[in-house]
Design a protein around this ligand. Sequence first.
Ligand SMILES: Cc1cc2nc3c(=O)[nH]c(=O)nc-3n(C[C@H](O)[C@H](O)[C@H](O)COP(=O)(O)OP(=O)(O)OC[C@H]3O[C@@H](n4cnc5c(N)ncnc54)[C@H](O)[C@@H]3O)c2cc1C
Length: 377
Amino acid sequence: MKYDYLIVGAGFFGSVLSERIANDLGSKVLVIDKRPHIGGNCYSKLDEETGIEVHRYGTHIFHTSSRKVWNYITRFTAFNGYHHQVLTTYRNKVYQMPINLETINSFYNANLKPHEAQEFLKKEIEKNHVRAPQNLEEKAIASVGRSLYEAFIKGYTIKQWDKDPRELPTNIITRLPVRYNYRKDYFVDSRWQGIPLEGYAMVFKNMLKSTNIHIELNCDYFEHRNEFNVTKKVIYTGPIDRYFDYVYGKLEWRTAKFQKEIVELEDYQGTSVMNYADFAVKYTRIHEPKHLHPERKFTKQKTIIFYETSGSDSNDPYYPVNTESNYNLFKKYKALAQQEKGVIIGGRLGDYAYYDMDKTILAALKCYERQLVDSTS
Ligand SMILES: Cc1cc2nc3c(=O)[nH]c(=O)nc-3n(C[C@H](O)[C@H](O)[C@H](O)COP(=O)(O)OP(=O)(O)OC[C@H]3O[C@@H](n4cnc5c(N)ncnc54)[C@H](O)[C@@H]3O)c2cc1C
């Protein structure tokens, strides 16, 4: 069968473009994904035994300050108003993240007011004489001082990246935020946030329901590359290095593994995500998805938890590794992509970038406006 467009990947980048092309341009789209479901890494589904909505690839909280993105996404779903908070366990004690006045007072067993805490941390930072940070460790110490760095950042970073923080570049972290107040909302700068009321799978189902869209799952682009009959463009949202058959070598990725356990308790940890800062604890986080839907009634005295561990597996890419060599390698692939006729490469895997969902949606909407609407008019 003939299609105007082929979209490789049914994550947010591919799904937004499919929806726009099918509904706005009125063109025929074939969407393929090598996985057995739509939704990409944002996919969620109900666990049969417990009735709890599970985020298959890690907890996903939607948050944005872009009115354009909010107006777009709320055409396909309502949100439950869940507000995210991050907690971390260090030496058997629980602290709030990012570091705020509660974290500082609790960690130093103090009762500092905002201006006193600022003075106190300034002195802690000055003790280490880091002027121009050369690596992640120095950058973190220059932001919060050595004690807070060693408690909350060092062990977690080694587990996450499997590297000594002194070997990691400063740009792996943006400046560490410190709040000199008791605000515990994680996404403090996001005007809108929440979890889709009926789960993520339903969002994608609603986006892709046009009769102009045909979906094929369990379909790997590279196994069927020569079989598609496409008249206009291919939009590829898989890894950019794989598209070019790794001609320049492989880009590095960190991956995450999730080990599921059903616990015979109504509530295991009292929150959706608990970080574990100690290096001695092998997992980085425990997720308890039940807490993402406070509006739902759960009748069973059961909950699900997922232990998250970090690893390196470029076949299961989660987080790009922002080193200079990876960046230079990506630039070479990007140059190839710009010469490729009739193909758009994008999304988090195509751009080798960590994008939140709202940034992915915005990038797809912009791509549509600049590269598809204009090219057809
Ligand atoms: C652990 C984790 C937690 C996150 N939590 C949040 C959060 O709380 N809030 C937030 O806003 N963002 C979060 N994100 C980011 C979010 O997952 C991304 O913004 C989003 O998934 C990007 O969508 P995408 O379409 O670019 O990529 P993806 O969702 O990865 O979709 C790409 C799709 O392409 C398919 N594909 C790849 N290669 C092929 C091929 N050869 N043939 C066919 N199909 C192919 C893949 O199977 C996949 O389904 C998180 C990311 C991670 C890693």
